[in-house]
Design a protein around this ligand. Structure first.
Ligand code: GDP
Ligand code: MG
Length: 440
């Protein structure tokens, strides 16, 4: 997570329209530090910073772009390019082999992927070939049950290749066969030899390398070994929900000349996401997860609307922003979870849309929001729809009714006015402006 120091450095560039060599060096140094902290391979960091520096100095920023936006854009683009598109996974009949070290999350990922494919309308099956680890069969079977997908394993057979072959036959009715394999504590000949034999026998359409996000620098060596042994078509990164930084994945992708297929974000079968470079990079850069935020906002707004059929958020887009809309938005924000967490997900808190609001507009502490809600509960429908009619006497009445000071009512009206004006501004903006802002 590039976090606050990079944000600070970038903010120093705010308002500048020309970038000096010194400016670029400052940002690049900050990026290097943050990438290394995120466990990105040193050589890779060097390559990245070279291209970022080169581009920032050589290329001319588009008219009207600040130095800060320009550098940030380049950083973002370079990282997205390095990570590439997510691994191509056509929704068709196929066999996928999972490889990786012991504990990297293969068995969990096998069940998660099966669940994911089943949600796409396919019939997946998990084939479990781990004969080394006691309990491997039970664990895999349990997870496949949780995912409600077909399963094949044989706790009495010691030869993983035999199990794999038998499994392919037994699951012939399935559309997608996911073959889970054993791991070892470290890379050793036995593991490599075994996975090679399974690979040859199974002849999968795709080999995915499962990597623990906390793997860091050693991810590179692992990726190389597996690439040499069986060839890697894609990477699944697990345990991104922990404190892990996921930087090792960049090296793995770079090393195997492959792409990332899936992200694992928890222990249940549903905790899987298809990789998307833009949101992964935003996460890595500590710029929030745009897609995730958009999804959460949308869901919360839908819920708010379901509860009140008279209210249509589309009206806001037509330029009418009432107190009632504001109340709905506040409800929706409450639903999304702790405010600071939601704010965290908003991209470019250092320089994005929120930053362009006056300081006051951001003072939406949870306490203030609660007060506002109480105040709004004491308002009439008419006042909610048309706050302009609220003068001194209505303010008094609302204050009495809500038990809040008149000051609070004036603050609420002020806040509403500011949000209204901001909304009007956004309406005046073209799609391109909007996109540029969201990319930050
Ligand atoms: P394998 O040895 O490669 O098959 O790894 P497992 O699938 O057995 O996973 C090892 C441990 O990591 C288990 O305790 C899993 O619950 C846990 N695990 C796997 N993926 C994730 C993930 O995305 N998030 C979290 N928090 N735990 C995970
Ligand atoms: Mg396993």
């Amino acid at each position: 997570n590039l976090g606050s120091s990079l944000r600070g450095t970038l903010n120093d560039l705010r308002g500048k329209s020309r970038i000096s060599e010194e400016d670029v060096e400052g940002v690049v140094k900050e990026i290097q530090r943050s990438l290394i902290q995120a466990d990105v391979d040193i050589a890779l960091v060097q390559d990245l910073s070279d291209s970022i520096e080169g581009r920032a100095l050589d290329e001319e920023p588009p008219a009207g772009t600040s130095a800060r936006d320009w550098v940030l854009r380049i950083v973002y683009e370079e990282l997205v390019e390095l990570l590439g598109e997510s691994t191509d996974l056509p929704l068709e009949n196929q066999t996928i082999l999972l490889a990786g070290l012991y504990g990297s999350g293969k068995t969990t990922t096998a069940a998660k992927m099966a669940w994911w494919f089943s949600k796409k309308g396919l019939r997946p099956a998990v084939i479990q070939t781990d004969t080394d680890r006691p309990g491997a069969y039970d664990q895999a079977k349990q997870m496949a049950d949780n995912a409600e997908v077909d399963f094949y394993g044989d706790p009495d057979e010691n030869d993983p290749v035999k199990i794999a072959m038998e499994g392919l036959e037994e699951t012939a009715d399935a559309d997608v066969r996911i073959v889970d394999t054993a791991g070892r504590d470290g890379l050793n000949e036995d593991l490599i030899d075994q996975i090679e034999r399974i690979e040859t026998a199974v002849d999968p359409d795709r080999n995915l390398l499962v990597l623990d996000a906390a793997m860091g620098q050693s991810a590179k060596d692992q990726a190389q070994e597996f690439e040499r042994a069986i060839g890697i078509d894609g990477v699944a990164i697990t345990k991104l929900d922990g404190t892990a930084k996921g930087g090792g994945a960049l090296a793995a992708v770079n090393e195997t000349d492959s792409t990332i297929a899936f992200l694992g974000t928890g222990e249940t079968v549903k905790d899987i996401e298809r990789f998307e470079s833009s949101s992964f990079v935003s996460r890595l850069l500590g710029m929030g997860d745009i897609d995730q935020l958009a999804e959460r906002v949308e869901r919360a707004m839908e819920e708010a609307q379901e509860e009140d059929e008279d209210w249509d958020p589309e009206d806001m887009l037509e330029g009418k922003f009432t107190l009632r809309d504001m109340k709905k938005q506040m409800d929706a924000m409450n639903r999304m979870g702790p405010l600071d967490q939601v704010m965290d997900m908003i991209p470019g808190m250092g320089g994005g849309m929120m930053d362009q609001l006056p300081d006051d507009a951001m003072d939406m502490t949870e306490e203030r929001m609660r007060d506002f809600e109480v105040v709004m509960d004491s308002m009439t429908e008419e006042e909610l729809e048309n706050p302009r009619i609220i003068g001194a006497s209505r303010t008094k009445r609302i204050a009495r009714g809500s038990g809040k000071p008149e000051e609070r009512i004036r603050e609420l009206l002020q806040q509403h006015k500011m949000m209204d004006q901001t909304l009007q501004q956004f309406q005046g903006m073209g799609d391109a402006d909007m996109e540029r802002m969201m990319q930050q």
